[in-house]
Design a protein around this ligand. Structure first.
Ligand code: PLP
Length: 404
């Protein structure tokens, strides 16, 4: 079906604006993507014409809003090949991982092992450190090669009889590496461990089928997927979710409450205590339905072309160091400019209207692995164009001249 970037750009009002007198070139989608009109309209229209609390009411607006909220759950479920009851709405990927960590923590013993990788976002490290601090659980980390891939032989060796859970990112937010998630999952399951996959970046750039993947848990955030902030998804295989104790207590997550005892609702409601992010769920549903209108493979190829073109434009730049060169990697370019701090690079690029991220990208262990404390990162979204890739190369070359 192909992908028409010019038509897709029309859907994003923000792309019309200028920054510092230049057309905005937004290369920070890995941090948070811009929003198409479909999302903005869905959220506004919900507030303007059909808004109430969900699941509690007996009046028309409450029923309509509940229907819209649950329709969003169905959109998410069909997007990743899950059943409706396997989709828990959270406030983001971070909350999804914390939810699983807290639930599993209730069952772990001192000396039990959790296997992570060196390329994790802090969201997939810190909740597990809580279990180390509080329970004496042992954390192990799969090393990353110089190219930015997981060392699979080391992974095999690290899987042991005490490994209770393996948690890894499907696609690195720094290196762009796409990990062989299905294979990693099979190996973990063969060792008797549960698997949690951080899909924050991968779900944006490639079709994901959680059944095919086989993982027990898969998390992602709405705001990177062209949806709003404040909403995320925890997919849990039905049996894995059913096994998990509740995370927070409050309204909606119970079956019955008395002064002496409580019983809990079944998943997913067991994990959605209190009033959920209703408008945000509706916005995420709209983002997903909008995305379903595209050939996602064609979008992935478009993004790959942008990445390749950028690298080509920078070929021969002896002042540039790229971090992360795994074969098949996604369209995320982390880089260092000789003699320049990444923050300064980002600030100067901003003068040219180019938005990139700079810092440790919430991945300090990975930065340490590559012997740096920060890098700049240009990340491509479906709305970026070849002309923007060229303009980025030109702006970066001019930026570098300040430090030469
Ligand atoms: N995991 C990865 C790979 C990410 O890139 C991010 C966000 O940058 C997160 C987790 C955390 O997502 P959030 O802050 O939306 O919970």
């Amino acid at each position: 079906m192909g992908f028409d970037v010019a038509a897709a750009r029309e859907a994003f009002p923000i792309l019309q604006r200028q920054v510092n007198g230049k057309p905005l070139i937004y290369l920070d989608s890995a941090a948070s993507a811009q929003k198409p009109r479909a999302v903005i309209d869905a959220m506004r229209s919900a507030m303007e014409s059909s808004y109430a609390n969900v699941h509690r009411g007996l009046h028309t607006l409450a029923n309509e809003t509940t229907d819209a909220y649950e329709a969003a759950r169905r959109s998410v479920a069909s997007f990743i090949g899950a059943a409706e009851g396997e989709i828990v709405f959270t406030k983001g990927a971070t909350e999804g991982i914390n939810l699983v960590a807290a639930g599993l923590g209730a069952r772990l013993q001192p000396g039990d092992e959790i296997l992570l990788t060196e390329m994790e976002h802090h969201a997939n490290i810190v909740p597990w450190h809580f279990l180390r601090e509080r329970l004496g659980v042992v954390l192990r980390f799969v090393p990353v090669t110089d190219q930015g891939e997981l060392d699979l032989a080391a992974y095999q060796d690290l899987l042991g009889p005490r490994t209770r859970l393996v948690a890894f990112t499907h696609m690195s937010n720094v290196l762009g590496t796409v990990n062989p998630a299905q294979r990693l999952t099979e190996m973990a399951h063969a060792a008797g461990a549960l698997v949690l996959v951080d899909g924050c970046q991968a779900v944006v750039h490639q079709p994901v089928d959680v059944r095919e993947l086989g993982a027990d848990f898969y998390v992602f955030s709405g705001h990177k997927l062209y949806g709003p902030t404040g909403i995320g998804v925890l997919y849990g295989r039905a049996a894995a979710l059913a096994d998990l104790p509740p995370y927070q207590g409050g309204g909606e997550m119970i079956a019955q409450v008395s002064l002496e005892a409580i019983t809990y609702a079944d998943p997913p409601h067991r994990f959605e205590a209190g009033t959920p992010p209703i408008l945000e769920a509706i916005g995420l549903g709209a983002a997903i339905e909008w995305l379903k209108g595209f050939d996602r493979q064609a979008i992935a190829e478009h993004e790959q072309r942008l990445y390749a073109r950028t690298l080509e434009g920078l070929a021969g730049a002896n002042w540039l160091k790229v971090i992360g060169e795994a074969p098949g990697k996604g369209a995320i370019l982390s880089f260092l400019v000789d003699g320049a701090h990444a923050h300064d690079v980002a600030q100067i690029l901003d003068r040219y209207g180019v938005a990139v991220r700079a810092g440790a990208h919430c991945a300090e262990p990975l930065m340490k692995r590559f012997g740096v404390t920060s890098s700049a990162r240009a990340s491509f979204g479906l709305y970026n164009t070849e002309a923007e890739a060229d303009a980025f190369v030109e702006a970066l070359t001019k930026t570098q001249a300040f430090f030469a």
